[in-house]
Design a protein around this ligand. Structure first.
Ligand code: GCU
Length: 447
């Protein structure tokens, strides 16, 4: 990784900033910063003094109250054309997509949006720490706890032990597996969904599932950026503007779990789903974009930073994600687009992120604005999906059924690119049966 001392020069006079230039010594403790301090530090490094405030999603009377008026929702209606090369030439065949256009988009998402994974991320050694037989949805299963220990020889002050729970049908051999992003400490925070749970539905099909505790890879806050896998690789130093954020770190963890699943005879790692809701919906879309080995994606209520267009002004804004509470999901460079640049200056938008998953099956889900899922801009996610569809078509697959925004509970699932808005709130719960039917079309026809 190329390092510069720019972050040092940027914020003179702050003790925490002047601490020590990288590369850090192996026995020097991680830099301690609050999210606000690290966010300020990154803004200084980017040469920004101020960013525009995000939308207020809680108080409709606030001056910056979130907008839900469609007539004001599209201030930048022109999207960057997904099938046009940087030199202006159209992409007319699959080869040009794979060789030229896709790498261009990957570079832009790396640099400006989600950050780069460093070349020197250490390896992970997986181990089963617990194993027992259970019954899920009436089916006998084997439940295992896994820990993926990241080699920290280069910087022993940070330990990263990735926690996973893997459940496979008893006596399974080579079955499909659904991987969900979900931090274990979130358990019990949400009211239990009506049965059957998604796990019961997956088990009823004879498939396996694994839950990946995201916070054991990378903390879900800016203060944690000098720790976790990002901090380990940086030896406890803060990030450079194009370093990876938490979404890419979580996606990296999913790839490492897939490495383990490739060695697990109970499952067929070639039939693996990556799934998550909300910030973990964003992570599952980023995973599909960057990890070609995941066969199918289920992206739930992912909103801004996920499938929603950055150029929209409905519900959550780019400015929210660029703020100190959420910027850690992204590359530092993303903050620039909240001031003085605007979302229109972003060289890519989320339709192009979605397109990076092509031609694999991808299900974009949303809930009902009237039930609490307005913040994620379901229509903006649909617009991005529509704009991504030509890439599936170019690669010989079927895109979206229609370009017209459908009524709630309409399943647009006949192509490889699917969209469905369910009648519930900020969850994927009611979309699971439709998603599993969609996935089964690919997974069960191969048996
Ligand atoms: C906040 C945030 C969203 C995020 C959500 C979640 O609402 O603004 O971007 O998706 O939290 O993860 O629950």
């Amino acid at each position: 990784m190329v390092r510069t001392a720019s972050w040092l020069a940027a914020g003179m006079g702050m003790a925490w900033l002047a601490a020590a230039p990288p590369p850090a010594a192996a026995d020097e403790p991680p830099v301690e910063l609050t999210a606000e301090q690290d966010h300020q530090r990154m803004m200084k490094q980017l040469g920004i003094t101020e960013i525009r405030p995000g939308a207020n999603g809680r108080d409709p009377a606030a001056p910056n109250a979130a907008n839900y008026d469609e007539s004001k929702g599209n201030p930048y209606p022109d999207l960057p054309p997904v099938l046009t090369l940087a030199n202006g030439k159209p992409v007319k065949d699959a080869r040009t997509w794979w060789k030229k256009r896709r790498p261009e988009l990957v570079e832009l998402f790396d640099r400006e949006v989600y950050g780069r994974i460093p070349a020197d991320v250490p390896g992970v050694a997986w181990e089963v720490t617990e194993s027992r037989e259970e019954i899920v949805g009436g089916k006998p299963v084997l439940f295992r706890k896994l820990v993926g220990r990241v080699d920290n020889a280069a910087y022993p002050l940070i330990q990263v032990n990735i926690e996973v729970e893997l459940t496979t049908p008893r006596a399974a051999r080579g079955v499909p597996v659904v991987v969900e992003f979900f931090p274990f400490e979130f358990r019990g925070r949400f009211p239990p969904p009506p049965p059957p749970t998604w796990q019961e539905q997956v088990a009823a099909r004879g498939w396996a599932y694994a839950i990946l505790s995201t916070s054991t890879i990378q903390a879900d806050n800016g203060a944690g950026l000098t720790r976790g896998i990002i901090g380990l690789v940086n030896k406890g130093r803060p990030r450079e503007p194009d370093d990876w954020g938490a979404l890419r770190a979580w996606a990296w963890g999913a790839s490492r779990l897939l490495d383990f699943l490739e060695t697990t005879p109970e499952v067929d790692a070639q039939r693996a789903v990556i799934e998550g809701v909300s910030r973990f919906g964003k992570a599952s879309l980023v995973t599909m974009a960057y990890e070609p080995r995941f066969a199918i994606g289920f992206v739930g209520s992912s909103g801004m930073g996920g499938a929603a267009l950055h150029r929209r002004r409905i519900g959550e804004l780019l400015e929210n994600v660029a703020g100190s509470g959420e910027y850690h999901w992204m590359a530092g460079n993303y903050i620039k687009y909240a001031g003085p640049l605007t979302p229109r200056d972003l060289p890519v938008d989320s339709h192009e992120l979605i397109a990076l998953a092509a031609p694999r099956p991808l299900f974009i889900g949303a809930g009902n604005p009237a039930q609490g899922d307005a913040w994620v801009d379901p229509r903006g996610m649909f617009m991005a999906t529509v704009a991504a569809a030509p890439v599936w078509e170019l690669l010989g697959k079927k895109g979206l059924d229609t370009a017209e925004f459908p009524p709630i509970e309409t399943s647009l699932t006949t192509g490889e690119l699917a969209y469905r808005q369910h009648a519930g709130g900020h969850t994927s719960g009611p979309n699971w049966p439709t998603f599993l039917e969609f996935a089964a079309r690919y997974f069960e026809s191969r048996q």
